[in-house]
Every structure is written in C-alpha cells, then in structure tokens.
Design a protein around this ligand. Structure first.
Ligand SMILES: [Zn+2]
Length: 336
C-alpha cells in the first residue's frame, strides 16, 4: 500500500514515514489531515477535531452528545445505516466474539442500547443482522425485585470495608468479596469496589485482575464487579478528585476485560454504598439467572425510577468534595 503526500505527491511505503515527512512542509499532522481530508460532525457540520489518525478517521461526531442528538433527529434509514456501520467497524477492530454490554457501548461512544432498540426493535435484532451472539441478552427475572436482605452471606477476610449485611460471616473466598454460604451457593461472586479501587484494578492491576478472572472461569463461576458510584456522576467526581484518572483509559481497560471474559464477569455501577447493600444480595440469590442479563442496563433504569437513593448519593459526594475547601478558605487548617 502506498501513502502519497498530498502536499508534494511524493510516495511513501508506510504511514509512519509519511507522517515524518509531513513535518518538512511545516505542517502539524492534524493540520495536514484537516486540510486534505476534511471531515465534519454529522449533527453540527463543524470540522472534526484531530486527536490522532485512528480517532480522526473513525469519528463522525465531535462528542457523544452530538451523536445521541443526531440519532434522535436524523432520518431513520440514515441512523440505521450509521449504527450498522459503526457496529461492524467496532466488531472487526476489536475482534469481538460476542455483542458487547450496554456499558461497553456507552463508554466506547457507540449508539446506546435504547437508541438501537428504537431503530431495530431490539438489540438482538441488530446483533442478528451483523451475525453476532449477544453476551448479555437474557431478560431480567421479576424475582430480582424481591427483598433478599435476610440471606446468609460470606464476606471475604480481605474485604477492607465490608457492607453490614444482616447475616454475614467472614470467610476466605477464592475470588471476589461476597458469595452465598455453602447451603445456597450459586457459583456467583461479587467483587465490591470504590470508584478509585476500580480505576486502579483495571489499569495498574489489569494483569492481576485477569488472573483472578481466569481462576474464576476455570472454577465455573461468575464475578459481578460492583462499583460504588453512579455512572452519571463519574465525570464530575473525577474532575473534583485530588488525583484524577484518564477516564478514556480506565474505560478502555474495562472494555478489554469484558471482551476477554464475557462469560465470566460483568461490571455494574451500583449508585452508592447504600445501593450496593440492596443490589449485592439480589445478585447472589438470583445467581446464574443473572449471568446473561445486562444488569447495568436494568439497574440504571431502576436507579432512575428511585430518585431518592440517587439524591442521597449526590449530597454525600458534594459534602465530601466541598467541605475541606471551604474550611481551608476560612483558615481553620492554619493557612498551610
Ligand atoms: Zn510532501
């Protein structure tokens, strides 16, 4: 394959030498591509911002909000073609063996499950068109909404901040932090993570985490990773954090875990610690009936319908975030 410089028509055998050459024209890479290969946001018509070669040529929008708005307003056939194209491209690029979860779609900037449902009738209808099985296509059992707070739970000895379940016993577990006790054991384990722990686990702890999942897979078990934050709050919490993380990288790594172990794990953003208290016993009790359910998708809707829990978590975060700043302003900490 030849790479031709659009400024002087010189040919190059690879992209890298073309990119080195472009500097001779006193052009930044972004300026070169924007000049010779202009691309425009499908919603606003603004030029697509250049952050890198792959990003530039795979972007149809400057941000997710524009993509979502366009999907809601453009002619149905155009939206349909766009979704199919995006999907096929992602499957090929990532060699996905199964159609990914709702949280994968959302963090990868792909059309959401709800947009897909609007256009194709269901997510599995789209997946059938592209010839993929859905990793998490099962329906949520109504039993999920029963109260399981009395159930007997094993808590791993290494769990640093155990949730205070009514009937909990400490026990050394092979993986995860919570499981049911022997009499009701469901081959289903829950790993509870704060947002910060989660970010570390999938980035610097990535390899170690994959080894844990490998053990889980070999044992025929399933791990639900419950992250104690509302997905909608992640950006603002990270923005206000003392040590910010690169969200794109964190979610890229999370998607990598999902695509390697779609039959062994899934991620759920519970909302808050209180929400984890109600969610975790449900997960453990329904066990295998949830392995193939896109739990994040249903839980998000559940949180939306139960606004009180959400408001509580917001208040707690705002309190934690701003109190120290205000105190420092008033000099209570001695003006250090
Ligand atoms: Zn040139």
């Amino acid at each position: 394959m030849q790479f031709k410089c659009k400024e002087c028509n010189e040919d190059f055998s690879n992209k890298r030498s073309l990119h080195t050459h472009i500097k001779k024209h006193k052009l930044l890479l972004g300026d070169y591509y924007v000049k010779h290969f202009p691309r425009f946001d499908k919603l606003t018509g603004d030029p697509i911002g250049f952050k890198g070669f792959d990003q530039y040529f795979s972007s149809n929008f400057n941000n997710n909000a524009n993509m979502i708005e366009w999907c809601g307003s453009a002619p149905q056939q155009d939206v349909r073609d766009f979704i199919l194209e995006e999907f096929k491209q992602k499957i090929e690029e990532k060699s996905l063996a199964k159609a990914p979860s709702s949280i994968y779609l959302k963090t990868a900037g792909l059309p959401t499950v709800d947009i897909i449902k609007n256009v194709f009738g269901s997510y599995s209808a789209l997946c059938a068109e592209v010839g993929l099985d859905v990793a998490f296509g099962a329906r949520l059992d109504d039993e999920f909404f029963k109260d399981y707070s009395d159930v007997d739970i094993f808590v791993d000895t290494r769990e640093n901040h155990p949730l205070l379940f009514k009937n909990a016993t400490t026990m050394k577990l092979d993986f995860g932090d919570y499981s049911l006790t022997a009499k009701d054991y469901s081959y289903t384990h829950v790993e509870r993570k704060s947002w910060q722990d989660f970010a570390l686990t999938v980035t610097s702890g990535h390899k170690r985490f994959l080894r844990e999942l490998e053990r889980c897979k070999r044992a025929g078990c399933f791990l639900f990773i419950v992250v104690e934050i509302d997905f909608l709050d992640i950006e603002s919490v990270n923005y206000a954090a003392f040590k910010r993380v690169n969200l794109d990288y964190v979610f890229h790594q999370m998607r990598d875990v999902e695509s390697q172990y779609p039959e062994t794990c899934q991620f759920i953003f519970s909302g808050s610690r209180e929400d984890s208290m109600s969610l975790i016993p449900k997960i453990l009790c329904l066990g295998k009936r949830l392995w193939r359910v896109d739990l994040q998708y249903f839980w998000e809707k559940h949180l939306k319908d139960h606004g009180l829990g959400k408001r509580k978590s917001k208040t707690a975060q705002t309190f934690r975030r701003y109190k120290p700043k205000n105190l420092a302003k008033r000099g209570i900490f001695g003006g250090g």
